[in-house]
Design a protein. Structure first.
Length: 176
């Protein structure tokens, strides 16, 4: 029985898409949604200047799920761990830039209610957007992503001085 459990743990989920061409269209749309909502909050609060970050963070928390993230820096690069429970690998995307990681998640769920007289169906979209400024410059073409038990683990190598971002992607995530 223990052997069967070990085999299950070694079975990998489908790869998580890793993009290195800048922010995806979906990510840009999500940032625009935050900007619009932050401006609405700015107007609602009397157009008082100096609270831009507060309005942005409030808008972000209204629109998207928050997820705990930790970053571990090493001599080789950076490891990002994100709690993405509730999302499957195919519902996740990672966008890499030389100094930034953006994690995007989008899922649809449906619940059905039945009573004696009627039934109703509710569709819900859950979205996740986390963008992190990194402490080092990374090689965006050398990254791997794994999904295990609701945790996204992203490993990215440190950019080599003078080399740019020219190395190949490793297995584990598909780089686009």
């Amino acid at each position: 029985m223990q052997e069967q459990e070990i085999v299950k743990e070694q079975t990998m989920e489908p790869p998580i898409v890793i993009k290195t061409t800048g922010l995806s269209v979906e990510a840009k749309e999500m940032f625009n949604m935050i900007a619009r909502r932050a401006y609405e909050l700015f107007e609602f609060k009397g157009k008082v200047k100096g609270h831009e970050l507060e309005n942005w963070l409030e808008a972000e928390s209204e629109l998207f799920e928050r997820t705990p993230i930790s970053i571990k820096e090493s001599a080789e690069g950076v490891t990002v761990l994100a709690d993405v429970r509730g999302f499957t690998p195919k519902e996740l995307e990672v966008d890499l830039e030389p100094m930034r990681v953006t994690i995007i998640g989008s899922r649809q769920s449906q619940s059905e209610r039945k009573t004696h007289a009627s039934s109703s169906t509710e569709k819900r979209t859950s979205r996740l957007l986390r963008s992190l400024q990194l402490p080092i410059e990374i090689d965006t073409h050398h990254a791997s992503a794994r999904y295990r038990r609701g945790i996204l683990e992203l490993d990215v190598r440190r950019a080599k001085a003078g080399k740019g971002n020219a190395s190949k992607a490793s297995a584990g995530g598909s780089v686009a």
